[in-house]
Design a protein around this ligand. Structure first.
Ligand code: MG
Length: 397
């Protein structure tokens, strides 16, 4: 396949050793004429980052982890690597980069993404916290800079595909699909005794532990509702969640004439990543090792169901935080970022995640129009507040 006129596209991959980062590099590997890696950044998996650096020969490598062990490994394996948030920002703003794949997890991606937008980079956004916490700042900055934010999250990428060629005034509502996670049909009582192992056993998607637990509680879906609100500039009444356990329909758009468009494929993050990187071109997948096509005859049946917000209170909390706006979503993200590891460590029950989030949301000092520092401070406060509520030492991050 001959490279297209505006290829190769030059990438910075922030979070290259995480699940999305590794799959982004799979896409680069499958289309060497289309994509070039200019910068790689990761937190603490120095061994894998060094391997990636050997394979893709980026111009810049950054490691954000600052602990002694990480520093030791960097000195041994990647002596030229930049350190800390400054390294991440340098990767995001490198002069040779066309597209920044923002795939770090949690709060750390916020400043580098804003820096990339200010530098005029196209953003392939996989880090949902960025839009959830600071959607008002990020979308305003993108508008100012004339920068496009392309969704990598499978649901939002599906919606983005369904919206192509449509007018926003034609949209009645977005239907974000949810697999329902491993606890989809569990009763509220049994939900209390769910172990980390059970919650980590996602039926259809292989992902990192934080997002897998967020999928089990439907917090992930709640964050995706807020993300969709900012990405597609629609009010929360126009964003619905539909359970689709097979993860074949990745989301849908319902139009004012009752027509519904759905995007379907076998569950694989390679496709939305590839779409965000290659748009408006679609790249031929036959002959690559990335996936196989969906055959409808192999899909025995497709189910759809409404979400029970009684059993999944995190979804209700996310809608409420999204509607309230201001610092509320940042508090939700910060609190969840701390509560999930406490569940994984056996300190709190799964059902206590929503309880502590609700408590922290109720007590925080709300700011209606926060600037970036206030957003970050609200998230950090929430994280510490969860630690205090759960009798844990407050971490310095
Ligand atoms: Mg998703």
């Amino acid at each position: 396949m001959a490279p297209l006129a505006d290829f190769p596209r030059r990438l910075a991959v922030l979070g290259s050793t995480g699940s999305i980062g590794r799959q982004t590099l799979d896409v680069v590997r499958a289309y060497p004429d289309h994509f070039v890696v200019v910068a790689l950044a990761a937190r603490g998996n120095v061994a894998l980052l060094a391997e990636q650096a050997r394979e893709f020969s980026p111009q810049l490598v950054a490691v954000t982890g600052q602990d002694d062990e990480t520093r030791r490994q960097v000195a041994a394996l990647l002596p030229g690597a930049l350190a800390g948030i400054e390294g991440l920002i340098a990767a995001a703003t490198h002069a040779d980069v066309d597209i920044v794949v923002a795939a770090t997890s949690g709060l750390i991606g916020l400043r580098p993404t804003l820096a990339a937008i200010a530098a005029g980079k196209t953003i392939a956004l996989a880090n949902k916290e960025t839009l959830v916490m600071a959607g008002h700042l990020v979308t305003a900055a993108a508008r100012r800079a004339g920068v496009e934010i392309r969704p990598v999250d499978s649901e939002h990428n599906a919606i983005w595909q369904c919206l192509r060629g449509e007018r926003s005034s034609s949209v009645r509502r977005l239907l974000i699909t949810a697999s329902g996670g491993p606890l989809r049909s569990l009763s509220l009582e049994r939900m209390r005794d769910v172990t980390p192992e059970q919650a980590l056993a996602h039926p259809t998607w292989r992902m990192g532990p934080k997002v897998t637990i967020d999928s089990a509680t439907l917090m992930n879906k709640g964050l995706e509702v807020i993300e969709a609100h900012w990405l597609f500039d629609l009010p929360f009444e126009k964003i619905a969640v539909v359970v689709q356990p097979q993860s074949i329909i990745h989301s849908m758009v319902e139009f004012v004439d009752d027509s519904i468009k759905a995007q379907a494929s076998l569950p694989s993050m390679h496709l939305p990543i590839q779409d965000a990187l290659s748009f408006p071109e679609r790249l031929e997948r036959a002959g690559t090792a990335l996936a196989r096509p969906l055959r409808w005859a192999e899909v025995a049946h497709l189910e759809f169901a409404d979400v029970d917000q009684e059993r999944f209170p995190c979804l209700r909390l996310a809608y409420a935080a999204g509607r309230r706006g201001g610092t509320a979503p940042a508090v939700l993200v910060g609190a969840d970022e701390r509560a999930v590891p406490l569940f994984l460590a056996g300190t709190i029950r799964l059902t206590e995640i929503a309880e502590v989030l609700e408590q922290v949301l109720a007590t925080h000092a709300f700011v209606a129009e926060p600037d970036l520092d206030q957003v970050v401070a609200a998230g950090a406060w929430a994280r510490d507040e969860v630690s205090r509520l759960c009798g844990q030492p407050v971490e310095t991050v």
